[in-house]
Design a protein around this ligand. Sequence first.
Ligand SMILES: *Cc1c(COP(=O)(O)O)cnc(C)c1O
Length: 415
Amino acid sequence: MTSPVWHPFTQHALMPPPPVISRAEGAWLWTDKGDKILDAISSWWVITHGHRHPAIMAAIKEQADHLDQVMFAGFTHQAAEDVAHALVKIAPKPLAHVFYSDSGSTAVEVALKMALGYWRNNGKPRRRIIALEHAYHGDTIGTMSAGARGVFNAAYEPLLFEAARIPFPESGREDETLKALEALAPDAAALLVEPLILGAGGMKIYPPEMLRQMKAICERHGALFIADEVMTGFGRTGTLFACQQAGITPDIMCIAKGLTGGALPLAATLCTAPIFDAHYSTDRAATFFHSSSFTANPLALAAARANLKIWASEDVAARITALGAMQEKALAPFLKDARFENVRRIGTITALELKVPDPGYLAGRGPELTAFLQARGVLLRPLGNTIYVMPPYCVTADELALIYGAIAAAADHFA
Ligand SMILES: *Cc1c(COP(=O)(O)O)cnc(C)c1O
């Protein structure tokens, strides 16, 4: 019997039925047949410390004994309060308010709505959103509008709003990015960026100095600066948040994936006082009109609270630094391997391009490459010919050796 399940980003006509995963622990997944798969991409970038971290699992169980769900308009609960306080404490200052939602896409939608609301409520109707070339901010209509256009959203083009686009700050061509931003910023509502690394757009890395300069231009022209830290947040780039490496504070910051350590869906959009204050009024029309049924779900917030406790009580920063060094070492042989190019790393993430005759995502090699790696017990999901490794922080040097061994084998087979 074929399954009625329709999987995300999956061409069912070309894919065999997926393995059934029945258990996870640390950096590993187990299928119902007992096969082990090394989770080299943290189950789509969400798992930070490792699967089923005991403290996070215990917190979810404990919360389940008391509170499953409560509507969040007109009510609050302790875990939501604790996490908001903790986030404000660890986030770049002066981010001061926390709006909860359920996914990275929603966190970005909320950010866009906050930005437009800010301008409208201040009586200055700036509307333009500026985004980076190759950006990815989610798969909802609004976030697709801000993201790069391509085969992934061609069918929905009629529904998308126009975003102003500035070039990716390619090394040696940074001036083009800054000039384009300088021209657009004076009447823009906001610039939306993935700080330091563009994820789904191909793991494209750019230096903190560029982030700093983009922020400075926005500040000079009053355009809001929205940092989409959905992927970069919670240590991926080597610091808790990527913005910290540039020493900047965004006006609005979106976080999601690693917020619960990856255990449950939860997102948050943080903002500075002026954004909140623009919506603070006895005029009900100035209200921030956004909600979803499961805003601040108590089980997810309990997981987030446990995650933040891990960050506060364990030396996660040292673990991340050590992982970065291990990644650097594992990557070294590939720098000399002519079958690869653009071998790069930021924090815990590495990426490299396998030189193939036809690098297009839909050229058929992508899924084939993924299947090849999975057959070797490693979960990697290359973006076209871009192979990247984004493991949970508990991964060991031996496990990394397995991952890079599979990548080398893929080069023997495909390149
Ligand atoms: C994954 C991602 C999103 C979307 O998050 P979802 O939880 O999948 O909706 C948004 N922005 C960035 C940078 C991401 O990597």
